[in-house]
Each structure stands twice: as C-alpha cells, then as structure tokens.
Write a protein that binds this ligand. Sequence first.
Ligand code: S3P
Length: 187
Amino acid sequence: MSHSTPSILLVGLMGTGKSTIARQLSTRLGIDCLDTDKLVETRSGRSVRELFAELGEGAFRDLESEVLNECLTRQLPSVIAGAGGIVVREQNRDRINSARDDDSVVVVWLHATTDVLVSRTSKGVHRPLLDDDRVGTLTRLAAERADLYADVADIVVDVSHRSVESTVNLLIDAIEEGNQEKSANNE
Ligand code: S3P
C-alpha cells in the first residue's frame, strides 16, 4: 500500500519533547495528532503509572505494540508521538520499518544530551522508570537505545538547545524537501 502523504512518527527518549512537538507539528500541517501513551491510557483506563504498578511493564509494552500498529495502519496521515520505549521490542521496529518501506511513515528521532533530559524530566508527566535513579537510568537508556532509534530513523534532530518552535520549523522544511525529492523521482 502506498500513501501520498506519509505520517510522521516522533521517537526519542523521555524528555525530548515528543508530545509537545507532535501537537504543534500536527497543527501546522493540519493533520491529526496521536500519542501512544495517551492511547494506551484510554484503552486500559489506567495511567501509565498505574499500568506499571498494577500490571507490570510487560502488560504496558503489549498495549504499546497494539496501539503503535493501529497508528501505523491508519489511513489518514497523522503526527504520532511514540513513547520513549516504542523501539525496544523488535516487533515494533519491524512494524515501523515496514511502514517506512511502503512510504507511509517518516520517522524523526529527537535526540538530546542526558543533562538536558534530566532537567526536562524533573517536572511534568510521571515516568515510573525514572523513579529510582533519574541520571543513571537516562544515561543507561541513552546507551541501550541509541542503536534502536537509529535503526528506525529517517531524520535525526538534536533538540538539546533547540526550541519547540525551531524544531517544528526545521521538521516542516525537512518534510517538504523530502516530498519534493520524492515527486521529482517519480516524474
Ligand atoms: C517510557 C517512556 C514514557 C512512558 C513510560 C516508559 C520509556 O513515555 O511510555 O514511562 O520506556 O522510555 P514518554 O517518552 O512519552 O515520556
């Protein structure tokens, strides 16, 4: 199946601003915004925190795979904020890469230094994985997941010192450039 306008999937560690950037990007592009954590919460009737505490990380990851698959199967293009751990399961990476292969999604890896992530995750949404040792866990996850994000990414943006607005502008330019290249190749 080939799509004329691809969806955009944002991936990256907790604190990179995926949800905020996804919302603003979707408004600018005039397409829907989906957020895998929010979809998991709606489906389960539990917050991410409750899911981890009551059913365990495995049950959370099962739901996450389910909603990712649905987001990528959707006919209407959307901006999808993927939760930080979306790349951990091989089946998810395979699903993302098959959507990339049929041009139905463009994947953006939002990357930031651990210092920046530590500061950004100290406020806002509760992240159960960071309860015990924020600095150590973010350092470990950055090392463990770098190759996994790289395996699915079409575009990499370092957001360490970049505002949300500047990131959104940069992504719009990159996406338009990619679309122009594609239509030139198809002529
Ligand atoms: C997680 C990231 C979180 C949330 C959960 C686990 C992870 O989402 O899904 O706390 O494994 O990196 P955000 O990246 O949206 O904070």
